[in-house]
Design a protein around this ligand. Structure first.
Ligand code: NZQ
Ligand code: ZN
Length: 381
């Protein structure tokens, strides 16, 4: 087990009625907020109304920044930075899923910076300051509500890159599982795949494979995600299943999931980001396509040990091959695509996708060359 430092400063307010506490929590950061949200789901499910009431009661005025799209884009981030600066906002509030939270974080960093916010994503500049971020999460998936990263697509360059800094941990995140009851089934499914992938990325690429406690945490979270998804698909109104899913997804990418592993690689994400950058598909859908192919590659390259251990503990699978089959079976069962053509992506595009992926692979320091990425994508065809 390798050395680590763990510090996660985000305050989590979990459970029914939590949104009423946004105003009192945010009041400590000032009186003027930028409220970031997406295409309108928060207006349909009462989240927007509850936020507005809590902010008004606490004397916080709001400039709105609606219209964040899934796979948020740089142009919209830049517009948000402009608004935050012009209106002298003291904090950024996010109401929605990972896309909204990521855009809020990018705006929070951009508003405290004189240059172009994209500098943080290319590594040209580091994030030294950011406005405080508060979130109301409505989609369990990314873990963005309790981590220090954000992912934005540069729509003209077709680059989906990430930025991170301890400054980007949300100050407070409100997780009311009731807000997730209105999720379309597909979004529930893609969220589950994403959360599961955050666990497998570290577990399968761990430099140190003898961190028993973290293995056990990961396996337990994976079982919880799989069990909760099954219950939600059967009964979308099952509050306790929604609650377990929400907290499992948060814990799957808040740092806990890879403590003691030493170096890990997010290779599946580096390749998936090219699918969502080039074809604008949901991140979770792209992952369900890439992961089985990546696991096949890892089996050839790294041997069967990790796949066997994970599969035995999570699926009751008896071998590495059976573990990969179990992943594919589960993705299919819940309605996620597992091959490129199911998402309408032709195999002829593989060289183009690999070329795009190499940019992030290089930026993230992953030890894959273009041929390896093409081989993995070919396994997904
Ligand atoms: O835009 P609205 O109207 O809010 O609708 C959204 C959107 O259409 C809808 N939705 C969200 N909550 C809802 C709801 N609809 C009804 N009821 C609700 N309660 O769901 C759709 C998808 O939302 P989105 O935020 O895009 O989904 P998700 O949370 O999966 O976020 C995906 C983004 O996060 C990035 C992904 O790459 C992608 O861009 N990631 C961020 C990470 C991070 N910051 O740590 C890590 C992840 O690996 C990931 O890369
Ligand atoms: Zn992800």
């Amino acid at each position: 087990m390798q050395n680590f430092t763990f510090h996660n400063p985000t305050r989590i307010i979990f459970g029914r009625g939590g949104i009423a506490r946004l105003g009192p929590e945010a009041a400590g950061a000032g009186k003027k907020a930028l409220l970031v949200y997406g295409g309108g789901s928060v207006k349909k499910n009462g989240v927007y109304e509850a936020i507005s009431a809590s902010l008004a009661e606490n004397g916080i005025t709001v400039t709105e920044h609606p219209g964040v799209k899934p796979n948020p884009v740089l142009g919209h981030v830049r517009a948000g930075v402009e608004k935050a600066k012009t209106n002298k906002c003291e904090m950024i509030l996010a109401a929605g899923g990972g896309s909204v939270i990521d855009e809020a974080k990018a705006i929070a960093a951009g508003a405290a910076y004189d240059g172009d916010v994209w500098d943080f994503f290319t590594g040209k500049a580091g994030i030294k300051e950011a406005l405080p971020v508060f979130t109301v999460l409505t989609l369990p998936a990314t873990g963005s509500e309790m981590n220090s990263g954000c992912v934005i697509t540069n729509e003209s360059l077709k680059q989906k890159f990430s930025a991170g800094s301890p400054r980007l941990f949300p100050r407070v995140s409100i997780l009311d599982p009731g807000t997730t009851m209105t999720l379309p089934e597909k979004q529930t499914v893609y969220g589950a795949v994403d959360a599961l992938s955050h666990l497998t990325e570290g577990y399968f690429s761990a430099s140190d494979k003898d961190a028993v406690v973290t293995d056990e945490v990961v396996q337990a979270l994976a079982r919880s995600i799989i069990a909760s998804t099954g219950r939600i698909l059967k009964d979308p109104g099952d509050y306790n299943a929604r609650a377990s899913m929400m907290w499992s997804a948060t814990l799957s990418l808040n740092g806990l999931q890879s403590l003691g592993y030493g170096g890990i690689s997010f290779a599946g994400h580096a390749i998936e980001h090219s699918l969502s950058a080039l074809y604008d598909i949901a991140h979770g859908a792209g992952l369900a396509i890439i992961l089985p192919a990546l696991f096949k590659h890892q089996l050839e390259k790294d041997g069967s040990g990790r796949l066997e251990k994970f599969g035995g503990a999570v699926f009751g699978a008896g071998s590495a091959g059976k573990t990969i089959e179990a992943f594919e079976r589960w993705f299919k069962k819940i309605g996620a695509p597992i091959r490129l053509q199911e998402a309408g992506i032709p195999a002829a595009d593989i060289p183009k996708i690999a070329e795009n992926a190499m940019e992030l692979i290089t930026l993230w320091g992953i030890n894959y060359d273009r041929k390896t990425v093409e081989e993995i994508l070919t396994k997904a065809a």
